[in-house]
Design a protein around this ligand. Sequence first.
Ligand SMILES: CC(C)(COP(=O)(O)OP(=O)(O)OC[C@H]1O[C@@H](n2cnc3c(N)ncnc32)[C@H](O)[C@@H]1OP(=O)(O)O)[C@@H](O)C(=O)NCCC(=O)NCCS
Length: 407
Amino acid sequence: MAYRVRRCRSLEELGPAVGAIGHYFGWVPSTEDVERFSKLLPPERMHAAFDGGDIVGGSGAFSFELTVPGPAAVPCAGVTVVGVLPTHRRRGILSRMMRAQLDDVRERGEPVAALFASEEVIYGRFGYGMASLTLAMSLPRASAGLGVGLPGSAGTVRFVDGPEALASFPRIYDRLRRETPGFMSRSRDWWESRRLHDDPDDRSAGAGPLNRALLELDGRPAGYALFRHVRTEESGARKHRLQVLEAFGLGHAATREIWRFLFEIDWIEEIRARLLPVDHSLQLQVARIGRMDLRVDHGLWVRLVDVGPALSARGYAADGRVTFDVSDAFCPWNAGIWTLASGVARRTTRAPDLRLDVSSLGAVYLGGFSFAQLVRAGLVQEARRGAAARADAMFASDRAPWCPEMF
Ligand SMILES: CC(C)(COP(=O)(O)OP(=O)(O)OC[C@H]1O[C@@H](n2cnc3c(N)ncnc32)[C@H](O)[C@@H]1OP(=O)(O)O)[C@@H](O)C(=O)NCCC(=O)NCCS
């Protein structure tokens, strides 16, 4: 049976294409849902798989700018809402959608694609490499103090409504975004309909409304938190939890103060947060790191769609030259030998220093993993001794990549 894959041409096609992934969590997008979603992802950025006239799968891509080491910003396809109906799984439909999507991303001139994967085993075959790790935290409030020796509390926190949050939070976010590899740009529509919109249908059981808290230091916006109170029943006892969706501060003092505020809310038994970077400064600011119950998970997966422009788009920590022999079975236009020198990647006939799959270039692209780690894991081969160390000096980043929102 031949399935056709092509871009959606209308909202009428966008609905069922998004509905394929929706099927897995019991969501049938309404006309309003589709209209709202189309402001973030228009039909032409959604691929649909057809069985005859029926849409049986879909795969979309947001048009983002991704912060990369330098720091610099690079156009990036944020792959999302990937799904194939259970009636059609394991017949190669995902593979066809990935083919059509990566060709399209390349034509659009986006050198990089990125995604959050539901399962680690799916996307490596399409050239994606795990580029960041994330931490999830469950901290009992009784242990949620800041370390001794830190300055006393500073600044003020106040709750703000949607419009005020829209006026102040994006500026704080953008300042952090510009300096943090892994952050994605957010449009005004994104802020309105995705981050600040408090849809009761989005709340998990027992969760209260979205709280938007603004931190001011010296009278200036310096941080914010988005969080919900969640009430649960455990063994007949009522429990209160704080689910932190986002807590950002500009600089160490603001980071400390926004978390201090969250830690000190009464009646809370536990503070939970996900998608924290592995080097979050909170680990050095809390009194008891051991009580944070930190759990590691895979974060952003990155695919270099066009190796030359992608490598040339980021900044490098040291001068030098390194030559890669890249294999790329899914996007063969990337395969071959590339030299990176003075921040520019070009095709070359030089002898390679390192041999690797394009997915390994994705893994090191944001500075989250080193070539030395990949060599130790057997994923990169050194053709010249010391090449991994040389490449690591160039690719080093002073902070771990952090993408604070799943998309
Ligand atoms: C994951 C999903 C999109 C795969 O679609 P599909 O059309 O069945 O995938 P394909 O038939 O094209 O499979 C391509 C390859 O990936 C493998 N694969 C696909 N899904 C896999 C999974 N969940 N676990 C392990 N391998 C998987 C297939 O075995 C196949 O391998 P092969 O080429 O060696 O034979 C589909 O099962 C689905 O919609 N699942 C639920 C939603 C989901 O997880 N979406 C992904 C969100 S990030």
